[in-house]
Ligand binder design. Structure first.
Ligand SMILES: O=C(O)CCC(=O)C(=O)O
Length: 328
């Protein structure tokens, strides 16, 4: 991977400036000066959260490697998930686990939502809305999900894009996180797992902490932005941009806002996502748990042709082919 620079930092832009210079150009940015007056910015620490929402049941990720989720060659997710109250999670991670092992645990906003599916507020987490407000960069009715994140130092989120296809504003309330961002145009250089092989297709197969240049040679040509998101800053991740984070603070608290973009540029990543979801819909409708069974029933030539279509979309301009790399 080639780091092409850091992100622009813009202090309190108007919505018009944000849309014209970033959202409409599909360009990531860090926004500053917007959350200093949120009560969360001065209040959120382990004690406060314990007192306020420590009783709430949550599900959190456990990964033996500290990379979340841990993925193997076939893309199977080996992560375990544990359930506890938020208080028990925080007590376990910050009081009972040795410092070097804390990165195995991560409470992430794709699992724990203050708001999910447009209007479903979490009955016990919605009190947190008193501590922050909606950023003024989207119409409130376009907001689909608010994620809630509390994680220790050392967590690595595996390189992926958000499969919900939404724009994302991620607010760093405490702690700090390093972030790597890759444009969705570069799908062929990022070696995604394959939907048509029943793999977690929004994830890259590349391990950012130790990229394997024999297996993923073109990853070395992928351009990325690298920056460190500080407490008090908001990161805009446009829909379908690949991202990976490394959690640097001792305690990292974030909320993030996923909203429906007005328009999404056509890229190999957005096209393949639509292809994958259409395929899923066609095969199993609203019963995704039947997918393995239904795929197994497909005539081999049909499956092969779908796999061919998916690879073509990934390769995009036809210059590079994943198959070429795998058989080289
Ligand atoms: O904080 C992280 O490690 C991951 C954040 C993320 O994936 C997101 O905001 O969509």
């Amino acid at each position: 991977m080639k780091v092409i620079g850091g992100l622009d930092r813009v202090e309190c832009p108007s919505r018009e400036e944000f849309e014209a210079n970033y959202a409409n150009l599909d360009k990531p940015v860090i926004l500053t000066g917007l959350i200093d007056d949120w009560p969360a910015s001065s209040k959120w620490d382990l004690d406060y959260l314990d007192q306020r929402v420590g009783h709430v049941g949550v599900s959190y990720k456990v990964s033996p490697t500290g990379s979340h989720p841990p993925l193997d060659d076939a893309g199977m997710i080996q992560a375990q998930r544990e359930e506890a109250t938020l208080g028990a999670y925080m007590d376990r991670v910050w009081s009972q686990v040795p410092e070097v092992e804390r990165c195995k645990y991560c409470l992430s906003g794709d699992d724990v939502n203050v708001l999910e599916h447009w209007d479903r507020y979490h009955p016990d987490l919605k009190v947190l809305l008193e501590d922050f407000s909606l950023p003024p960069y989207f119409d409130p009715e376009k907001l689909e999900t608010i994620g809630f994140w509390v994680s220790p130092q050392g967590v690595r989120s595996h390189l992926h894009y958000d499969s919900n296809g939404k724009h994302n504003l991620n607010a760093q309330i405490s702690g700090e996180k390093q972030v790597w961002l890759f444009s969705p145009k570069q799908l062929s250089l990022l070696y995604p797992y394959l939907a048509t092989e029943l793999q977690p297709f929004s994830f890259s197969r590349v391990n950012m902490d130790a990229p394997d240049s024999d297996r993923f040679p073109d990853f070395g040509d992928a351009d990325c932005y690298f920056d460190t998101l500080q407490a008090g800053e908001l990161l805009f991740i446009p829909a379908y941009w690949f991202h990976s984070f490394k959690h640097i603070g001792a305690v990292n608290c974030n909320v993030n806002f996923w909203w429906e973009a007005d328009r999404i540029p056509v890229s190999p990543t957005s096209v393949r996502s639509v292809f994958a979801y259409e395929l899923l819909e066609y095969l199993v409708g609203s019963e995704p748990q039947r997918l393995v069974e239904e795929m197994a029933k497909l005539p081999p030539e049909v499956l092969k042709s779908w796999q061919g279509i998916e690879r073509q979309i990934i390769v995009g301009n036809g210059v590079r082919s994943q198959e070429d790399h795998e058989t080289a």
